[in-house]
Design a protein around this ligand. Structure first.
Ligand code: UT7
Length: 336
């Protein structure tokens, strides 16, 4: 039997909607202040999708850029994985809708539901198909239109979330490069801490569920905060250990962008200097599964990554879920 192939990210793309919602705008909607939001979260503004835009529309823009950069045609894709908690609809999957929009006729397509950890669950899954030789190109998209499930009368949540999409094309890279380790986890007992209770088979959509605002995100913020700080550290430590890499060897960390204070705790724990951490939540807020791929794409575009760098992607979210990936950066495709 042939050995496992090394897998890496060949290219990335991102898209965020044009409309900007600032903290000053939110001051007019709920009892909050720019000062509170900036000091408690680090967020200054976020992007909001247009009424006619759904997640597959945002995903399409990010996907087209990623494919263009790698010079891979949609028809060459073997699989599409979309990570989202804001699918266009309950079914068909957003991945199937994207497959049609892209014209990726031979690609298998499925959604992954792991909330803010969705992109990490997506790339971990995609990598297995490529590593074992079944597929060559798998497109993973993290996309959210969180503004469509956010209650803009609830100051506890509405200041946090934004919309966007980030795509990554995964494929085979030279042996020893690409992903060195993954770590995924879940604790379903914490599910109620961060959920959207209405509209599923437990509480089918009805006028009551709408009246009780159960079609919006509900979150116990400070509990999620404590969980986040803990798992950001443990998931990062797990991939470092699996890959045999010390914290001093981390060249770049791309953390989930939920709260500046959560990121700062991880930065302190791993002794990272400012230039080794990607932070863009001031401009986008928390875009759930889109946060990591958008931040990664921006870091690449800013020239912050070079061949051979050790990159840690790490996140946490509803489920509860968490995950990390350690990648020895290479976008050079292995030609076998
Ligand atoms: O992607 C994964 C999902 N989510 C997260 O990662 C979020 C994790 N949690 C957090 O980021 C933070 O817990 C929050 C930013 C949500 C809240 O910050 P906190 O420091 O944990 O505040 P808190 O929940 O303890 O609330 C402190 C106070 C409360 O007032 P009282 O009860 O002490 O009088 C809140 O009502 O701040 C109040 N508050 C606000 N005040 C002004 C909550 N939201 C706001 C607001 N503006 N927008």
């Amino acid at each position: 039997m042939r050995g496992l192939r090394s897998v890496g990210i060949l290219s990335t793309g991102s898209y965020t909607p044009e409309r900007v919602l600032t903290n000053a705008d939110l001051e007019k909607m709920v009892d909050t202040s720019d000062e509170w939001v900036v000091t408690r979260t680090g967020i200054r503004e976020r992007r909001i999708s247009a009424p006619e835009q759904a997640s597959s529309d945002l995903a399409l823009e990010a996907a087209k850029i990623a494919l263009e950069k790698a010079q891979v045609r949609p028809g060459e894709l073997d699989m599409i994985i979309v990570a989202t908690v804001t699918p266009d609809m309950m079914f068909p999957s957003t991945a199937c809708i994207l497959q049609d929009k892209l014209g990726a006729a031979k690609a298998a397509a499925m959604d992954v539901s792991a909330a803010c950890t969705g992109f990490l669950y997506g790339i971990t899954t995609a990598s297995q198909f490529i590593a074992n030789g079944l597929y060559r190109y798998v497109l993973v998209v993290g996309v959210e239109c969180l503004s469509k499930i956010t209650d803009y009368t609830d100051r506890n949540t509405c200041v946090l979330f934004g919309d966007g999409a980030g795509a990554a094309l995964l494929g085979p890279v030279e042996q020893g490069m690409g992903f060195l380790a993954f770590d995924l986890g879940a604790d379903g007992s914490g599910g109620p801490l961060l959920s959207l209770p209405g509209g599923g088979s437990r509480l089918p959509a009805s006028s009551e569920t709408v009246e009780q605002r159960q079609h919006y995100i509900s979150m116990a913020g400070s509990e999620v905060f404590k969980f986040a700080v803990k798992v950001m550290n443990s998931a990062t430590e797990a991939v470092l250990e699996k890959a045999g890499i010390s914290k001093e060897e981390i060249d770049l960390m791309v953390p989930h962008q939920a709260n500046r204070r959560i990121i700062d705790a991880a930065v302190k724990r791993f002794g990272l200097s400012e230039e080794k951490v990607v932070i863009n939540l001031d401009r986008y807020g928390n875009m759930s599964s889109a946060s990591i791929p958008v931040a990664l794409d921006e870091a690449i575009e800013a020239g912050r990554l070079k061949e051979g760098d050790n990159v840690v992607l790490v996140g946490f979210g509803g489920g509860l879920t968490w995950g990390a990936a350690l990648c020895k950066w290479s976008t050079r495709e292995a030609k076998e």
